[in-house]
Write a protein that binds this ligand. Sequence first.
Ligand code: GLU
Length: 291
Amino acid sequence: MPGLTQVVGRFAPSPTGDLHFGSLVSAVGSCLEARNSDGKWLLRIEDIDPPREVAGCAIRIIHDLQRLGLVPDEPTLFQSTRLDAYQNAVDRLLESGFAYPCGCSRKDLPASGIYPGTCRKGLRNKEARSIRFRVDSGNSGFEDKLRGPVTATLAETCGDFVIRRADGLFAYQLAVVVDDDFQAVTQVVRGADLLDSTLRQISLQRALGLVSPEYMHLPVVLSAEGTKLSKRLQSDPVRDRDPAVTLEQVLHFLGHNPPPALTLELLWDWALSHWNHELVPRTNTTLPTLS
Ligand code: GLU
């Protein structure tokens, strides 16, 4: 319909470990939220940090998603093909004064990890190592679709943050913002562990003159020990499980109660017609066991 922007959602895993139940929650939640509004759902492989990547992982993630019925509506975007666009964004931020070169190394940082702005006024004979984004001292905030208003003062929670690292690699915060814009993403649905990043991403979007998508942060899946499942810890790969049972479990985790023992196809049909993000719990929990 003319004048109406199509909803575009996405799932953007880093290939640093196999797909596990925690990341699958983001994949399913983002897909249902987009397709339930007749939107598109995209897949982006965030392969911009080779030292942390696991060989063969990107392809395994794509296959595992496919097996679960999660097939994107456009060809998958690989961030490793987008380095020029990230450099262009860094250059624009440097030119407009929103970013500056920093000569500090890890050992120059305070224990809090909050950058005190040492190189804001110049390098003072130090050699440039990374590029930092200048955060402003005021409050920043956004309206989370599930959690309501989220606010923080970036100057107090992280300080000026790195957008291009000392090893020359682009930071996740920068690449994600450039590509959400490039792919015309209108809604970002992902785990609540990325809430802090969202405020940084919104300030980058403002500095680059980009429109912010809407954000919804899903609960994080906890292990029996109460810690977040993590790809790096190789938690709980989903590959060896029955896809329909896995999807059923994800739906339960997201507050939905499909009829038991449906086939994968029927389960997707049910999920697409019953999805309601208001049912998604706000608190992080462990995996539900199915009776
Ligand atoms: N690539 C990030 C990760 O795997 C997530 C990016 C995002 O959803 O914005 O944790």
